[in-house]
Design a protein around this ligand. Structure first.
Ligand code: FMN
Length: 151
């Protein structure tokens, strides 16, 4: 399975979550910053995970630029999942929901629910246990992806 975890980060917290997810998905799975991804790297993927810090109730600008650079239908049939980091407040919004919608619009099949990972303050750190929760979510993605491929 060719999988890629694409993330943006300002203070490093989303990057930590992205790396924990990539490690749990498999030894060959890479996590890469959205700004560094070329369209060729997206071609032929089986699984795409996209994560962003929540900023102003939405995804960060580099995440939005990455998503809008993916033509509609470009990811037809690619299995995908979205996550974000942010505050626990119920007024904090969710970048993940918006990323998930964009991935769907581009033809992805969502295999695990959009998920949030929490930070204590703007610069972090992550709440205790969040990297374990990230690994568990990655396993949920793998199960969902296998179910969708009929294996
Ligand atoms: C400009 C800005 C706006 C933010 N807006 C929100 C927000 O609307 N909701 C939220 O939960 N967190 C918000 N945060 C907190 C970020 O989500 C937090 O900084 C992020 O999870 C840290 O991840 P990073 O280290 O990968 O950048 C904001 C942070 C910044 C810098």
């Amino acid at each position: 399975m060719r999988a890629l975890v694409v993330y943006d980060t300002k203070f490093g917290n989303t990057e930590k979550v992205a790396r924990a997810i990539a490690a749990a998905l498999g030894p060959e799975v890479r996590a890469a910053r959205a700004e560094t991804i070329s369209p060729e790297e997206i071609e032929g993927l089986d699984l795409l995970v996209v994560g962003s810090p929540t900023q102003a109730w939405s995804a960060s600008r580099p995440t939005k630029v990455f998503l809008s650079g993916l033509p509609r239908g470009a990811l037809s049939g690619v299995r995908a999942a979205a996550f974000d980091t942010g505050f626990t407040s119920r007024f904090s919004g969710s970048a993940a929901k918006k990323i998930e919608r964009a991935l769907r619009q581009r033809g992805c099949t969502i295999v695990a629910p959009a998920t949030r990972f929490f930070v204590k303050g703007t610069e972090g750190p992550l709440l205790e246990g969040e990297l374990d929760r990230a690994a568990a979510w990655a396993n949920q993605i793998l199960e969902g992806a296998e179910r969708r491929s009929g294996r």
